[in-house]
Design a protein around this ligand. Structure first.
Ligand SMILES: Nc1ncnc2c1ncn2[C@@H]1O[C@H](COP(=O)(O)OP(=O)(O)O)[C@@H](O)[C@H]1O
Ligand SMILES: [Mg+2]
Length: 341
């Protein structure tokens, strides 16, 4: 069961003395809660808005504490990239560990899609490119993420993508540079590649690419490609490519976007598009539009508040563009079991 943590008074005081103020809860994960936080540097009055992920070591299971949590901390301290959430500091007090990181003002991608529905193709392309480039950096450091999903993709103030949640991440080469296959079947079933669902040792970098394909599908359809309520059926659907683009987008999506999704959701590992090639794909390749389209528009035009802060370009004649908002989209609760090493 998810542990619900909020900082205790003595901890609040200790953190305040170091300049950290913990605010309201903004996220709940399996073994941690995420709170808003402010940091005031002793050298000046300027406040920095942060998010704080709080773990209680007394409430987490042993395999998590021995395996996943140390990896998350180690990896977080070794990575730095514009498309990966930046860690500000990590503090420990008694059984509690506080990971302070930059706050992503626009929340996570799942909430964004639930509110706004289908992401226009031009914006999906920018976000996909940013995700792929953050992941490319991670893979270049021989780190596989292994839990890529919309809840773990954060959106900054300028609507740029920041990959987050390294709770299942791991190094995928050993000290001699040999490739290590993963045997821990982690992540959410809905985003997990067939080789993960089937329980074979897998190459975690290639499985990350499948998850990226699922995220791209979700951005373009505001729905999931597979039903994950039955793992046997899920695997069969993945292997037989039993999925379709939603009818409302099928005719409007470019053939290039559809082609990329098909190559990412390729069950045959020898045929699945590599990350390098997906960055070079016609649909993804950089043209003029380098930064986030949403960021540029939002910051150059006054934002409408009539629609609960939905960016202006989603609003057409007072309606949410396309009217595709999909509040039915659920968090992917179904986890792959974690009982192997
Ligand atoms: N830096 C952040 N800025 C804004 N929201 C965040 C931030 N970090 C996490 N969140 C929110 O909290 C949720 C849980 O955080 P996450 O790191 O994914 O924890 P868990 O490992 O428990 O899933 C995220 O899905 C997101 O909604
Ligand atoms: Mg998460």
């Amino acid at each position: 069961m998810a542990a619900r943590l909020s900082p205790r008074n003595s901890e609040v005081n200790a953190l305040e003395q170091r300049g950290y103020l913990i605010g309201k809860k903004i996220g709940q994960g399996s073994y941690a809660t995420v709170h808003l936080a402010d940091y005031v540097d002793s050298s000046g009055p300027k406040k920095m808005r942060l998010a704080c992920k709080i773990f209680d070591k007394e409430k987490a299971p042993k395999d998590f504490l021995e395996k996943f949590f140390p990896r998350e901390l180690e990896i977080l301290t070794k990575i730095e990239n514009p498309h990966i959430i930046q860690v500000h500091s990590i503090l420990q007090r008694g059984p509690r560990v506080f990971i302070f990181m930059r706050y992503a003002d626009n929340g996570d991608l799942l909430d964004f899609i639930k509110r706004n529905g289908v992401i226009p193709e031009s914006q999906a392309k920018i976000w996909f490119r940013q995700m792929a480039s953050g992941l490319h950096y991670l893979h270049s450091k021989n780190v596989a993420h292994r839990d890529l999903k919309c809840e773990n993709i954060l959106l900054s103030r300028k609507f740029n993508v920041k990959l987050a949640d390294f709770g299942f991440a791991r190094f995928c080469v050993d000290t001699e540079g040999r490739r290590i296959l993963s045997q821990t079947y982690c992540g959410s079933a809905a985003y997990a590649a067939p080789e993960v669902v089937s329980g074979k040792p897998y190459n975690p970098k290639l499985s990350d690419v499948w998850s990226l394909g699922i995220i791209l599908f979700i951005m373009l359809n505001a729905s999931m490609p597979f039903d994950d309520s039955n793992l046997r059926k899920l695997l069969k659907d993945q292997m037989t490519k039993n999925w379709v683009f939603r009818s409302r987008v099928r005719d409007t999506l470019s053939s290039s976007a559809k082609n990329l999704v098909r190559h990412l959701l390729e069950p045959d590992l020898t045929l699945r598009m590599t990350l390098d090639r997906s960055l070079q794909h016609d649909w993804t390749k950089v043209r003029k539009d380098r930064s986030s389209l949403l960021g540029r528009l939002v910051h150059s035009a006054p934002q409408t508040t009539r629609h609960g802060g939905i960016p202006a370009q989603y609003i057409e004649n007072g309606q949410i563009a396309g009217d595709y908002a999909n509040p039915e989209m659920k968090k992917s609760e179904m986890r792959i079991s974690m009982d192997k090493t």
